[in-house]
Design a protein. Sequence first.
Length: 182
Amino acid sequence: MSSNGISKNRTGQAAACSLLACIGVGAILFTAALAQESGGNEQRGLANTPGFFGSIVHWFGVQTSNLGSNLRDARSGVENLGHEAGVAAKTTVESARDAVDAVKQFPSARVLSGHEKCMLAPNGAPDCVAAATAICKTKGYTSGKSVDMTTAEICPPEVYLAGKKSGPSCRTETFVSRALCQ
């Protein structure tokens, strides 16, 4: 063992001894304060101040109640964490079960590729339900849902001839490129 390791070990032992000495002094003061309080009932009539030892006893009482309160709060926090973890686990299991049930309902479902333009909805967003269904109907299925979409910016030739990449006359179009068909 190096001299540095011996020095650290002795420092740790000295700190432990100092801590034990402080605890011992505190215990002696606490005991003395209790003895003073039990024997000093006749002195209470003379003065309303608790004195030095009474203050120490009061401080220890406050610290003990605070420690108990903090331990109760920590316990309830740990119990709440365990409850929330259980709820999350149950939710995850239920979600997985629902996904398996959904897959079971689609035994004949297939993902098909295609290229069908999406119409614009009244709010201006692309509505790709009809485009996905159109891809599926061309392959003999009755309905479909969009799985993958592609967007493209469509510009008139004049924009490109002018050397521009985009302009106010350009528009964005969305296409369904893959659909889940049933």
